[in-house]
Design a binder for this molecule. Structure first.
Ligand SMILES: NC(=O)c1ccc[n+]([C@@H]2O[C@H](COP(=O)([O-])OP(=O)(O)OC[C@H]3O[C@@H](n4cnc5c(N)ncnc54)[C@H](OP(=O)(O)O)[C@@H]3O)[C@@H](O)[C@H]2O)c1
Length: 301
């Protein structure tokens, strides 16, 4: 199969397109013919070797944590999925940016989503759902999302709105119209956030989901009044010090299915800032790595 790979840890210049062995699904897994793969911060962390101690990858490695496509092989014991089904989901830390990819968690892709949107839904939706679920019921509550314009943040805005929350999101000003379109009340991050929130939410902010890891966690705890009202997916060190919830993505098909159901209802549609062809994976990584992505960057295979 054709795949993007890197043979050594390093920068985007290490990414090459070449032939790689076809993968096959193990028990409980499926293989898809990939239509599009997601681009996530874990991709450049893995490529740069930053995860070596935590989540080692075997070299040469195919980048990519999530993808969408059509099932072409089904592993032993898999139920409720058949060759020809259109799905999206999650594989390992690497392996998705290729013609064929093995997934261990998946859901049927809503017909309302394009292949690119489906590819943008995997890691973002399970991470957003995990981060929100840690906070408790959101109906009637006011939620602040710190870092609302990125892949996880924009998914969390729509999912939290569907759960009945009022959502305030932080982003730079150029992304405020984007947040308004998603249904959130936008505000800028950084100095003076508590004062801006006092004006936007006179009854207070009940919960915060932090996706930005910008050093604001102390302020976010002060804004809600308790560390248990804050969850972060990105600021592990400060979360441990402060006692907030720390959430890591899990390969959970039930979470993907609930995200897909919101897709069918028209309440959650991953926003794709740009889709790159496989040959331009280096540009796709560089785009994401700049840290300014609005919604998701994906790669069409
Ligand atoms: N724990 C897990 O399992 C898990 C899973 C997925 C992701 N993550 C982590 O979560 C973080 C977010 O992931 P992602 O995929 O959403 O990343 P992303 O799409 O690359 O995030 C980019 C967004 O971050 C916003 N941003 C940058 N600095 C900000 C700040 N100081 N305050 C508020 N927003 C800011 C940018 O908005 P502006 O351009 O408007 O500034 C941009 O829209 C990353 O660190 C990632 O590694 C963790």
């Amino acid at each position: 199969m054709r795949a993007a790979r890197f043979h050594e840890y390093g920068g985007v210049e290490n990414l090459v397109i070449e032939q790689a062995p076809d993968p096959h699904p193990g028990p409980g897994e499926i293989r898809i013919r990939v239509a599009a793969a997601g681009v996530n911060p874990i991709d450049w962390k893995a490529r740069a070797g930053a995860l070596q101690g935590l989540l080692p990858v075997e070299l040469p490695a195919i980048p990519g944590r999530d993808a969408a496509g059509v099932i072409d092989e089904v592993g032993e014991g898999v139920q409720g999925a058949a060759v020809g089904d259109r799905v999206f989901g999650l594989g390992g830390v690497t392996g998705a940016t290729a013609e064929l990819a093995v997934l261990s968690a998946w859901a049927h892709a809503p017909t309302t989503w394009s292949d690119e949107e489906s590819a943008g839904a995997g890691l973002a939706s399970v991470t957003a759902l995990g981060g929100l679920n840690a906070l408790g019921p959101l109906s009637g509550r006011t939620l602040l999302i710190e870092g609302a314009a990125g892949g996880v943040g924009s998914a969390a805005v729509e999912i939290a709105l569907a759960q009945g929350a009022t959502v305030i999101g932080t982003a730079s000003e150029r992304n405020h119209e984007f947040l308004t379109d998603l249904g959130a009340v936008p505000t800028t991050y950084g100095h003076g956030l508590a004062e801006r929130l006092a004006a936007l939410a006179p009854h207070g902010v009940d919960f915060v989901l932090d996706t930005a890891a910008s050093g604001s966690l102390d302020d976010l705890v002060a804004i809600t009044g308790a560390p248990t009202r804050v969850s972060t997916i990105a600021d592990h060190a400060n979360a441990q010090r402060l006692g907030t919830h720390i959430v890591n993505a899990v390969n959970d098909s039930a979470l993907l299915a609930s995200a897909a159901e919101l897709g069918r209802q028209g309440r959650y549609t991953p926003r794709i800032e740009r889709a790159y062809p496989l040959e331009r994976i280096a540009d796709a990584h560089a785009h994401g790595e700049r840290g300014r992505t609005r919604g998701k960057v994906v790669i069409g295979i």
